[in-house]
Design a protein around this ligand. Structure first.
Ligand SMILES: *Cc1c(COP(=O)(O)O)cnc(C)c1O
Length: 370
């Protein structure tokens, strides 16, 4: 049996939606994009939303709309996909890395105090793998220290913390619709805010410095961050299946959890579980931490044709940042990288495959004990 890490949940519904765009000749930002935008804003509970071509550019657009630029520092968790930090770099500002908690892999808010300097302008919590940063606590830290908050909710569309949507806590929230995200448009990004002034900044920046298309007078400098109706049609089709996606992902999570919560191996590998404030929970991946470093287990699984993924490599150790960060003692992100494993988890993954993956993990630990 071969088990891949991920495949997007697309079928004839998305295909028909694209065909409709072609029939109507709607191939750039138009009616479908407006409809998709309104649906997303309603789902998130945000007043304003704009699209970006992808999640990285959504973060860049959001940071720029907050006025972040050269000379500023932005606090970013050391453990995240590198796009979070690269978006900060792209504005000319400097990301400053803070360690994470090991229980939920989220930024350690107490640790953020040590990262503060007179240049710190903003903080970027990143909701990873379906887990959520404790936003009430983070917002109070930000308020006390006069920081703007930009949420990287690329992996957290549809997830709530105590009834409020991820991405709707901060000054700005950013989403990605990349192929492996909960909802995909192939490529795509979305920025939300509840602040009119920030929304206007977003509009100017993404639309060549003007508020509306059709005029060639440009009060500000801006760029082109359009999405296409073809992508939005895919997005609307995905939205119509969203409840199914959430339910399938939760079924997969519970199945892994049950099978791996087996007395023989419970000491060796632990599925990372969401805190009780998270509801609905939508696992981006099913992830686990192993007692011994996870690399040998992943190697074994690869031989059995199971595709796993490592966790994110700590940002302060990234070769591309080598000359910029002295490598402070960020212990938990390093531990998470060395002990983490992403198990295959995509909506269409079947019970037979999950059992095969779990049995393979059990076999590995049984083999080690003999
Ligand atoms: C996917 C992702 C991004 C970047 O989104 P793209 O659409 O790939 O540019 C940023 N942050 C996190 C946490 C992500 O998972």
């Amino acid at each position: 049996m071969k088990v891949v890490q991920f495949e997007p949940f697309i079928d004839h519904i998305e295909y028909e939606a694209i065909k409709d765009c072609f029939d109507k000749k709607w191939i750039t930002e138009g009616p479908k994009t407006l409809e998709f935008k309104n649906a997303l804003c309603e789902m998130i509970g945000a007043k304003y939303g704009v699209f970006a071509p992808n999640g990285t550019l959504a973060l860049y657009l959001g940071l720029r709309a907050l006025g972040i630029g050269p000379g500023d520092e932005v606090i970013v968790p050391d453990f995240t996909f590198i796009a979070s930090a690269n978006a900060v770099e792209m504005t000319g500002a400097t990301p400053v890395f803070v360690d994470i908690n090991l229980d939920d892999l989220q930024i350690n808010i107490e640790g953020c105090h040590n990262a503060l300097t007179p240049r710190t302008k903003a903080i970027m919590p990143v909701h990873l793998y379906g887990m959520v940063t404790n936003m009430p606590q983070l917002l109070s830290f930000a308020k006390n220290n006069n920081l703007l908050v930009i949420e990287d909710a690329a992996q957290a569309l549809g997830i709530n913390w105590e009834g409020k949507a991820c991405g709707n806590f901060g000054d700005i929230g950013c989403f990605s619709f990349f192929a492996d995200k909960t909802l995909t448009t192939g490529e795509g990004g979305f920025v939300v805010t509840n602040n009119k002034e920030i929304y206007e900044n977003l509009c100017y920046l993404r639309n060549q410095g003007r508020m509306n298309r059709g005029t060639f007078e440009h009060p500000h400098i801006g760029y082109n961050f359009r999405m296409t109706d073809i992508q939005s049609a895919i997005g609307l089709a995905q939205l119509s299946k969203f409840d199914t996606i959430v339910s399938l992902k939760n079924t997969i999570f519970h199945s892994y959890n049950e099978q791996l919560n087996n007395l023989d191996i419970v000491e060796e590998i632990t599925v990372v579980r969401p805190r009780k404030e998270i509801n609905p929970f939508i696992p981006f991946r099913v992830i686990a931490l192993t007692k011994e470093p996870s690399a040998p287990l992943m190697n074994y699984m690869k031989q059995k044709e199971i595709e796993t993924r490592t966790f994110f490599y700590p940002l302060h150790k990234q070769p591309c940042f080598k000359n910029k960060f002295s490598g402070e003692n960020l212990i938990n992100s390093v531990y998470a990288y060395n002990h983490g494993i992403c198990l295959p988890s995509y909506p269409r993954l079947g019970e037979t495959e999950i059992t095969y993956v779990c049995d393979t993990i059990k076999d590995y630990y049984k083999g080690k004990r003999i």
